[in-house]
Design a protein around this ligand. Structure first.
Ligand code: PAF
Length: 282
């Protein structure tokens, strides 16, 4: 049975014992409402490390007041069953007071690569993410930590934070897990009506179409205009961004440079969906 810990000293104590025995630890930070995408992270951690620790914490500091912190889907009992099914060793599930003690006044900020895409659309977001992730890394001191490529900019921002702060952890990205129709798995897909869920797959189709045309040598401007028009016609409104950028520097690109990635974020009704794919190098 998976051990469930809700306080930082007990987490540290367990990890210290494992490390004393020369065993490695993989950390999978999540906000719960788990799906196959999260389970892929747990499977990878179990394959690479002696012990897998999942964390569930719906982090208030990465939500703006107007966003869905209160309604974010929470079902810890179901999440625990899913984690037990994969023989996860430990769940760390602290409450807000454990993570943000009274008088908490420190935040971590990554500049540069946080200025575009989700950082531009949600200015509070990456500060909240890197602050909570750096806390989780320092609390658990894992050998490796796992994040999905669905949130590709988040993954790169976390890599940069760990490198810049000399946190001794290997940050691993795991490919996006998709539904049969290509839609990226996300906890927020639960918000969609049946009809919106069908339309949702258009986001991935548009990314694929853009990638194909870029690989064939077309210029970014034309393919992005067509992609945005297809999204609008399908019912996505507003489109936060549909852009082609370098996958490491996040510089905007006009053609396929071999490390290009297409990024999209758009609303279907009240639900903001994001996705991204790599453009095949020619
Ligand atoms: O991707 C998420 O679920 C969250 O942003 C993370 C990394 C767990 C930090 O709260």
């Amino acid at each position: 049975m998976m051990k469930i810990i809700r306080d930082i000293p007990s987490l540290r104590d367990q990890v210290r014992r494992w490390r004393h025995d020369g065993e490695t630890v993989g950390l999978i930070p999540t906000m719960g409402s788990l799906h196959e995408g999260h389970l892929a992270l747990v499977r990878q951690a179990k394959q690479d490390c002696d012990h897998a620790i999942a964390t569930i914490f719906v982090n208030p500091t990465q939500f703006a007041p107007s966003e869905d912190f209160d309604t974010y889907p929470r079902d810890e009992t179901r999440d625990i069953d899913m984690l037990n099914g994969l023989e996860t060793d430990l769940l760390f599930s602290p409450n807000v007071d454990e993570m943000y003690a009274k008088g908490f006044s420190t935040s971590v900020a990554v500049s540069n690569i946080t200025q575009c895409l989700c950082g531009a659309a949600r200015p509070h977001f990456f500060g909240g993410v890197v602050t909570v992730v750096s806390k989780l890394l320092l609390q658990a001191l894992p050998d490796r930590a796992y994040f999905g490529e669905k949130d590709f900019q988040q993954l790169q921002v976390i890599k940069r934070m760990a490198r810049d702060l000399d946190i001794p952890v290997d940050i691993q990205g795991v490919p996006t897990i998709r539904e049969a129709d290509g839609m990226a798995m996300s906890s927020r897909n639960k918000y969609l009506s049946a009809n919106q869920r069908k339309i949702g797959a258009t986001l991935y189709q548009v990314l694929q179409d853009i990638a194909t045309r870029l690989t064939a040598g077309e210029h970014a401007d034309a393919v992005l205009l067509d992609g945005a028009a297809t999204l609008k016609a399908a019912g996505f409104d507003p489109i936060d961004y549909l852009e082609i950028r370098d996958s490491e520097t996040f510089e905007p690109l006009e053609t396929n440079n071999g490390t290009a990635r297409i990024f999209a974020a758009a609303f279907l009704g009240e639900t903001r969906l994001i996705d991204n794919i790599a453009v095949r190098a020619v």
